[in-house]
Design a protein around this ligand. Structure first.
Ligand code: BG6
Length: 475
């Protein structure tokens, strides 16, 4: 048997894409609540369109999302019937601290998650909880400009301490910040950052990164102090870079681009700033303000495991003129002629998952956890709402085979696998419902119409067998 007996099979969602109920239960607004679907979404995500008030002419996908706020009991029931061992979810920071840094937490918000964790426990499902999944309280963006300000560290640490204490005994697996490297690509999404023309954008992004890295280390420390059984992981938007050709410049570019993303995890898993980053700061005149104890905090509090999302690999070249056929993905990359693409232009590369696992394990020698992977596709339900998603089954099967090989043949230590969007949720990049990842169909469309009814897809029954056989039955 390739996988350990206690392998954590599961599925993932995030508060901003699943919960809805954004104005209920005393909750405050968060950055992703200000991201409409449609044309302006990208500019807001990049921090170039600064708009901190909700507008009546926008449609906000997070407002209702799939309304898990009101459906969680039935949803967990469905997850339990699938045999899930672990459910990855995120807490909404502003459900607990509506302004991000209130003196006292909001009891209604705390209770909401306590009920979820108790419900999961009842069904023997372990929660894997992300503290901040594209989640920066709007009040703190207004007050501090988001993560550019050091005071975010105190707010985050206070929030983390509150939930570690409150959920002691209910949650043992934590992730500090989702896809922490997204801060560099979508600074508003990852850090609540917006920019003026006069801003030194690179410096601000790395200053914000420093604050997040220190916060993550402090949260790791506190989690361990509160409960010695707590395991804390970092989380990377993964996918290795391939050289476009075997030209030496392409290979070097691939190494540099990997470094650019792994920078965060290098700090979180090894405990210090890598020399290539310090050189970059020196070369580019980037000055990071650090407190005297920061280096020590980073060194003493590395993560217990490394988690990552994997959707695709990326192909890069050392020559600018090669970037004419780019992919639809967020990262600047070239279409790889050897790979097929999804409807949204993301390239499908199961073997790339095995390579990534090797790369990450060699680099960190810490247990790994694939906490997102899946196929975003449009589904066509029949009259009863049933979806025969063989394409999704194929995609998932190939990725499972790849990580099984990484474990069995390459010796990688892998704790678990949570597929993205175990239920259909709104897409982070586009805000669409029609970009579906789930094994459970949710009746809602891009304009917010639909009954919100949940209907298991063909992939639901398939994944159930996969879990029951610990990954042995993949047909
Ligand atoms: C990751 C995020 O970037 O990829 C998720 O952590 C997101 O929140 C997922 O949903 C897939 O991206 P998208 O844009 O297709 O939803």
């Amino acid at each position: 048997m390739a996988l350990p007996k206690d392998f954590l099979w599961g599925g993932a969602t995030a508060a901003n894409q699943a919960e809805g109920g954004i104005l209920e239960g005393g909750r405050g607004l968060t950055n992703t609540d200000l991201m409409p679907s449609g044309n302006d979404r990208k500019a807001i995500a990049f921090g170039t369109l600064n708009n901190l008030e909700r507008r009546s002419d926008y449609f906000y996908p997070s407002e209702v999302a799939i309304d898990m706020y009101h459906h969680y009991i039935d949803d967990i029931q469905l997850l339990a019937q699938m045999g899930l061992k672990v459910y990855r979810m995120s807490l909404s920071w502003t459900r607990i601290f509506p302004n991000g840094d209130d003196e006292n937490p909001n009891e209604e918000g705390l209770l909401f998650y306590e009920r979820i964790f108790k419900e999961l426990k009842k069904h023997g499902i372990k929660p894997l909880v992300t503290l901040a999944h594209f989640d920066v309280p709007v009040a703190l963006i207004k007050k501090y400009g988001g993560w550019r300000d050091r005071r975010m560290v105190d707010a985050y640490v206070n929030y983390a301490t509150t939930v570690f204490s409150r959920y002691k005994g209910l949650v043992n697996h934590w992730l500090t910040i989702n896809e922490i490297n997204i801060l560099l690509h979508q600074p508003f999404v990852g850090g609540g950052l917006t920019f003026e023309e006069s801003d030194n954008v690179e410096e601000l992004k790395y200053q914000a990164a420093h604050h997040q890295l220190v916060s993550s280390a402090l949260a790791t420390k506190i989690a361990h102090e509160i409960d010695e059984h707590n395991l804390v992981g970092c989380m990377l938007a993964g996918g290795s870079h391939y050289p476009y050709t075997c030209r030496p410049k392409d290979y070097l570019e691939a190494i540099h681009r990997d470094n650019g993303e792994y920078f965060f995890i290098d700090v979180q898993a090894r405990g210090y700033y890598p020399r290539y980053a310090l050189k970059k700061f020196e070369r580019e005149g980037i000055h990071i303000q650090m407190n005297t104890k920061d280096e020590q905090i980073l060194r003493d509090n590395t993560v217990d495991f490394v988690s990552f999302s994997y959707y695709c690999s990326r192909t890069v070249s050392g020559y600018d003129e090669d970037y004419t056929r780019t992919t639809g993905n967020l990262f600047k990359s070239i279409k790889n002629p050897n790979l097929a693409s999804t409807e949204w232009g993301w390239q499908i590369d199961p073997l790339g998952l095995r390579s990534s696992l090797n790369m990450l394990y060699n680099r960190y020698q810490k247990p790994l956890f694939i906490v997102e992977n899946g196929l975003g596709a449009s589904d066509n339900p029949n009259e009863d709402g049933y979806v025969e998603d063989d394409y999704r089954i194929d995609y998932t099967r190939q990725h499972i085979e790849a990580f099984k090989d990484a474990v069995e043949i390459d010796g990688v230590e892998l704790m678990g696998y949570t597929t993205w969007g175990i239920l259909d949720v709104t897409a982070a990049s586009t805000g669409q419902m029609s970009k579906r990842y789930g094994f459970i169909y949710v009746d809602r469309d891009d304009k917010g119409k639909g009954s919100l009814r949940r209907i298991p897809k063909k992939s639901y029954y398939w994944y159930k067998k996969v879990i029951a056989s610990n990954g042995e039955v993949l047909e």
